[in-house]
Ligand binder design. Structure first.
Ligand SMILES: CC(C)(COP(=O)(O)OP(=O)(O)OC[C@H]1O[C@@H](n2cnc3c(N)ncnc32)[C@H](O)[C@@H]1OP(=O)(O)O)[C@@H](O)C(=O)NCCC(=O)NCCS
Length: 337
């Protein structure tokens, strides 16, 4: 291959409304369900999350994606007309038809692009970046826009204390450009895997073509997220660690060669357990779960954008992205910034 891909711009956007743990405690107490700020902080590391107002057009998934994309374009010094490909990673699309990628194309006016969604849940940004990387390597695409955005709020059961404390809304974006294959600063490798046998660890039963939302199913909240939290926790720690070490190994590197580790932000305790297993100092880990909760596909690009903009991530540094999500899906991607 004569080409490689490099991220040249990042962006992030969140809805305005902050929902603190205290507000959730208050909300659940009205339903007679008990939780506490201490429990949520100690078991998850989350202090607050952002929640979209779905009646506000500016806070739709594609609108958050639009803001994030504009910031990424600005950083990359590109315009919407330069984009050849739009990949939108999401499990909470604006509409089932058309794709959120097409809504975003419409909003951006990216006339020469082709656009598609990817649903790999929380691994979506890595699946999207890996796809962009491969198209760029073949020479078919010069400039790709990869967005990961979620508005999970309507899928969250706000009466279920096991899940409603975890999730938040937001979007992150990256402009990925073609560079010569011998460039130092590029995506080095990506590694993807799924295990559909574990479909019931995290899923939404109704709303797809296998189960229409009827009034009866609506009242049973079958259109809301169902989760086996403990089971996911165990698989997540193992696969995030295995993928991190495998990726470093494939690139003849060890954790000592890493400048930054950007794991999916589902639970601070999962991240701490992984970091311990792979023997990486916590100072090298990007964290935003405390302020935004689990924004699914958007956790990694939003954490990345924050560290790029505040100067923690510097040119030439080695960065490892690592995720797991519903499916289950797993993915890791190593890059030199
Ligand atoms: C969900 C999660 C935070 C629960 O934490 P945990 O330490 O495993 O807690 P447990 O499930 O063992 O529950 C312990 C107790 O706390 C209770 N509990 C659960 N949620 C609670 C809450 N919000 N407030 C107070 N108590 C709660 C449970 O009912 C249980 O009570 P019991 O012992 O009487 O049965 C944790 O398992 C997790 O983060 N899992 C991964 C989920 C994830 O990553 N999902 C997204 C994938 S992309």
């Amino acid at each position: 291959m004569d080409f490689a891909a490099r991220i040249t711009g990042t962006g992030a956007a969140f809805p305005e409304n902050r929902l603190s743990n205290a507000s959730i405690v208050e909300r659940l107490a009205k339903l007679g369900v008990e939780t506490s700020d201490t429990w949520i902080r100690e078991r998850t590391g989350i202090r607050e999350r952002r929640i979209s107002d779905v009646e506000n057009p500016a806070e739709l998934n594609s609108s958050l994606g639009f803001s994030a994309a504009q910031k990424a374009l600005e950083m990359a010094e590109k315009s919407a007309e330069d984009i050849d490909q739009i990949i939108y990673a999401t499990c909470s699309p604006d509409t089932l038809l058309p794709s959120t990628a097409c809504w975003l194309q419409h909003k951006l006016g990216a006339k020469k692009a082709w656009a598609m969604d990817i649903n790999a849940a929380c691994s979506g940004f890595i699946y999207g970046l890996a796809t962009a990387d491969k198209f760029i390597q073949t020479g078919q695409v010069k400039t790709s826009l990869v967005v990961a955005g979620e508005v999970l709020n309507p899928m969250v059961n706000w009466e279920d204390r096991n899940t409603c404390i975890l999730f938040g809304d937001g979007a992150g974006a990256a402009i990925v450009e073609q560079v010569p294959s011998d460039s130092t600063r590029r995506i080095l490798s990506s590694h993807l895997l799924s295990d559909g046998n574990l479909w019931d660890f995290l899923w939404v039963p109704a709303g797809g073509s296998n189960m229409e939302v009827s009034p009866e199913r609506y009242s049973r909240k079958l259109h809301k997220i169902k989760m086996k939290g403990k089971e996911i926790f165990k698989v997540a720690v193992k696969t995030l660690s295995d993928f991190a070490l495998h990726t470093l190994n494939k690139n003849l590197m060890t954790t000592d060669d890493l400048d930054w580790f950007v794991p999916h932000q589902a639970n601070l305790r999962i991240i701490e357990a992984v970091v311990k297993r792979i023997k990486l100092p916590m100072e090298k880990v990007l964290i935003n779960v405390d302020r935004y909760g689990n924004t699914s596909a958007a956790t990694i690009p939003t954490a990345l954008d924050e560290a790029v903009r505040d100067g923690r991530i510097k040119s030439g540094q080695t960065v490892l992205l690592d995720a797991f999500g519903a499916g289950l899906t797993y993915g890791s991607l190593l890059l030199r910034w």
